[in-house]
Write a protein that binds this ligand. Structure first.
Ligand SMILES: [Fe+2]
Ligand SMILES: [Fe+2]
Length: 451
């Protein structure tokens, strides 16, 4: 989304979201009549500040992840706000709170690229739309004359929550599925599975805030110590995850410093493995572990003498035996990292073969962990299409033939078929073929498609 190459689809989508925002904003006027502005202003300020604080101190935060996954209780707060404040107040409070938050985050990370400003605009518009529409639904359906727990009002509250959930995920995942080259429904479903815990815990919390507000707004303040306790309790776990992430990152960097070529290979393997995981339908959490393992699959090579790694001619038997130790060395390196046990297995077994003739243990078929079977295919493919001093690279089409042929011998036959289709789609995608940067994400820069 840089200025030079703003994707037309993305630009149109931003325009559409802006129009939708204006529409919801106008609509919110109609549903925001006869208001006690003084009280509402106080509520707005309190809710707005709470949202800003909640977003600034997320409970779970993964700084190394591309999409900056984090869990904050602001979802509960905005759901409650959609009920407590009239639509117009909601939209304005959300827009201001979100902009402040985004600026705080940018300051923290020192971003200055224009891309970030597109992001702020999109986030602010879409979150305001979500909360605005939800608030309108609440204000149409909820009856103040009936008790809070009457059947009518419970249904109203549930519908409001569902609307919130659907509008938020549809607007966001339409954009993200486009950016990730994924089918909308598949992407939506995968990600819903990944964030279900967040929704399942935060929606009830939102309703709890609403319930307390109905009794007395000021009693809701009593929830603050509870939130602070949750925050600190979660920090310890976050620190452990964070340390693991940093260690993985440092290992990747180490590999990059020592063998820049290996690292470029590892990055391509990672990128292709990620798409392959999506095609097979692997959940996003597992996908991330596989991607990280793919990135580090050859990390064990750092303990093998440089002369062997960089040898321009074919390796002797003895040298090859030494090279064969790298999956074990690599797995041992990451073995103590909490939350990366599966990653360790994927690194250990990335040179196993479907027919049991691989190394280090000669595992066979489905005994080889799925992530390792995935990495194995992508890794071999990249090696085939890369030029080495002692061997000429195959073309992509030739390599695909080879992968197909080796399905059931070297590779898991089902995954091999999916992989071949996936690469065929990539090389037919003009956006990838005509763009160096995109192309080199997946293929070596001098790779040839066909003769
Ligand atoms: Fe390897
Ligand atoms: Fe490799």
């Amino acid at each position: 989304m840089t200025k030079k190459r703003v994707d037309v689809w993305v630009r149109n989508y931003l325009v559409l979201i802006s129009v939708l925002f204006i529409f919801v904003f106008i609509l919110s006027f109609i549903f925001s009549k006869e208001l006690n502005h003084k009280t509402l202003l106080v509520y707005s300020i309190i809710l707005g500040i709470s949202i800003i604080i909640a977003d600034a101190y997320p409970i779970v935060y993964f700084p190394e992840r591309e999409n900056q996954a984090e869990i904050t209780i602001s979802l509960a707060l905005t759901l409650a706000m959609a009920f407590i404040l009239p639509p117009l107040y909601c939209i304005i409070t959300e827009a201001i709170a979100n902009t402040v938050d985004e600026i705080l985050i940018i300051k923290k990370k020192n971003f200055s690229r224009p891309k970030e400003w597109h992001k702020i605009l999109f986030n602010t518009l879409y979150l305001s739309i979500v909360v605005g529409i939800t608030s309108i639904v609440f204000h149409i359906l909820y009856s103040k004359r009936l008790p809070f727990l009457s059947r009518h009002n419970i249904v109203a509250l549930l519908i409001g929550g569902i609307v919130y959930f659907l509008v938020e995920t549809f607007i966001l995942f339409a954009l993200l599925s486009h950016l990730n080259h994924a089918w909308f429904w598949q992407f939506w479903w995968e990600n819903i599975k990944a964030v279900k815990l967040e929704f399942l815990t935060l929606f009830p919390l939102g309703y709890l805030i609403i319930f307390i507000y109905i009794k007395d707004f000021w009693v809701a303040i009593l929830l603050i110590p509870l939130f602070i306790a949750i925050y600190f309790a979660s920090q310890e776990k976050v620190q452990i995850i964070d340390q693991s992430e940093k260690t993985l990152y440092a290992l990747a960097k180490l590999e990059d410093d020592k063998f820049p070529d290996t690292m470029a290979h590892s990055l391509r393997v990672r990128n292709l493995a990620e798409i392959l995981c999506e095609k097979i339908g692997i959940g996003s959490k597992e996908k991330e572990i596989i991607a990280k393992a793919a990135n580090l699959h050859d990390i064990g090579k750092i303990s093998i003498p440089d002369i062997i790694i960089n040898k321009p001619s074919k390796l002797s038997e003895e040298e090859f035996t030494k090279i064969k130790e790298h999956p074990i060395n690599g797995a041992d390196l990451v073995s103590h990292l909490t939350y990366f046990e599966n990653g360790e297995k994927y690194i250990r077994y990335h040179h196993e073969r479907w027919d049991g003739r691989g190394y280090p243990e000669g595992l066979k078929g489905k005994d080889i962990p799925l992530g390792a079977r995935i990495i194995s295919i992508v890794d071999s493919f990249d090696a085939m299409i890369s030029n080495r001093p002692y061997k000429k690279a195959k073309t992509i089409i030739e390599a695909l033939e080879e992968i197909k042929k080796e399905g059931g011998r070297q590779f898991d036959p089902k995954i091999a078929t999916v992989f071949v289709d996936m690469i065929k789609k990539l090389i037919n995608d003009k956006k990838i073929i005509n763009n160096h940067e995109e192309f080199e994400k997946y293929f070596p820069k001098d790779a040839k498609i066909d003769k």
